[in-house]
Design a protein around this ligand. Structure first.
Ligand SMILES: [Zn+2]
Length: 347
């Protein structure tokens, strides 16, 4: 069997739009609506979990139902406190180091729907003023602040803008495509969401259908550990989580193949399902890298820890500098999408 063509242009267009739609953990509604709109012409039934996850089901043979999942929630921040100088102290959403957002542009979303722009800076940013203290300043929460693009130098003036403790802060993704490379924040896991979209679109355009009923959970709250704890139908037997492969020093993964995860911080993934995916990649000459990921968890584990009894595997595009300014390559997105299509069509 030959696999259907992968609609890379449509996948990348979808992905760039999704990357430019803010969705920090806890504020993912715009992104969910974006995904829902994108799949409206596909033969899917659409439902929502109460906590906001999107479940896309392609009906079919329910003797061995399958599921896919990828998460649309990302890193971000929230207003911790309005400081006496009018600037904002932040609290992090998701796990990252402060250096990863130093100098980044951001948007503050207020209760009334107003948007303010600003930038995230160390409290001692200027070498002219602070000299060597700039270099030695400890990277910790109290040493960072949002400098608002608004005229304010006091807590009262900032409060008058309508900004409050608990408002979400969106990090600028800075999406850019160059000679096949895609660099942006939040490729984890919007690239995975795009691969699922691409696999379903590829089948639909080719007039094909998955061999068994498949449910794709577009989850939220993955970055805080409980994304897919609900939303996988109870009768599903196999779950393929689609999330980034960790590229970097000491890793086997790269930005040009699909990563197949053997083990992460939560332990090994299901061996028989992993072997099946490796065989499919070999049979269809899809470039793949088996790897283990340190300091890493996935929605596959969230489902297992919530008590689901199913086989779980993890595949995904290779992402360099994850949870910082990330990068992948279109080849990795294509390989991941092809493997998913092969899996959906396979016995
Ligand atoms: Zn992820």
């Amino acid at each position: 069997m030959t696999l259907p063509a992968i609609p890379m242009d449509a996948i990348l267009e979808f992905l760039v739009g999704l990357l430019n739609t803010p969705s920090p953990t806890g504020d993912t509604e715009q992104a969910m609506t974006y995904v829902e709109q994108a799949v409206r012409d596909l033969p899917l039934s659409v439902s929502r979990t109460l906590k906001g996850g999107l479940v896309l089901t392609w009906p079919g043979d329910a003797t061995r139902p399958r599921a896919l999942t990828a998460h649309v929630d990302t890193l971000g921040a929230m207003v911790k406190k309005i400081k006496s100088n009018g600037r904002l102290e932040l609290t992090q959403l998701g796990g990252y180091d402060w250096h990863a957002i130093e100098g980044e542009g951001c948007t503050i979303a207020t209760a009334t729907g107003q948007r303010y722009r600003g930038s995230i800076l160390p409290i001692k940013a200027s070498v002219h003023i602070h000299g060597t203290e700039v270099r030695t300043l400890e990277r910790k929460q109290e040493n960072y602040e949002v400098r608002l693009d608004a005229v304010t130098d006091s807590q009262e003036k900032t409060e008058q803008l309508g900004i409050n403790v608990g408002d979400f802060i969106y990090l600028d993704p800075r999406v850019e495509m160059n000679v096949g490379f895609l660099r942006s924040r939040h490729l984890d896991d919007k690239a995975g969401v795009a691969c699922i979209y691409g696999a379903l679109l590829a089948l639909h355009r080719a007039g094909m259908a998955p061999l068994y009923r498949v449910s794709a959970l577009i989850s939220n709250y993955e970055e805080v550990g409980h994304g897919a704890s609900v939303g996988i139908p109870a009768d599903v037997q196999e779950l393929v989580a689609v999330d980034m492969a960790a590229v970097g020093e000491g890793q086997n993964s790269d930005e040009f193949s699909v990563g197949i995860c053997a083990k992460d911080s939560g332990g090994p993934y299901d061996l028989s399902l992993r072997r099946k995916l490796e065989r499919l990649a070999t049979d269809y000459t899809i470039p793949y890298k088996v790897d283990t990921y340190p300091n890493y968890g996935s929605d596959g584990e969230a489902a297992l820890r919530a008590g689901a009894d199913l086989k779980v595997a993890l595949i995904g595009p290779g992402v360099d500098a994850s949870h910082a300014y990330e990068r992948t390559h279109r080849d990795s997105i294509e390989a991941t999408t092809r493997l998913m299509v092969a899996y959906l069509l396979a016995e």
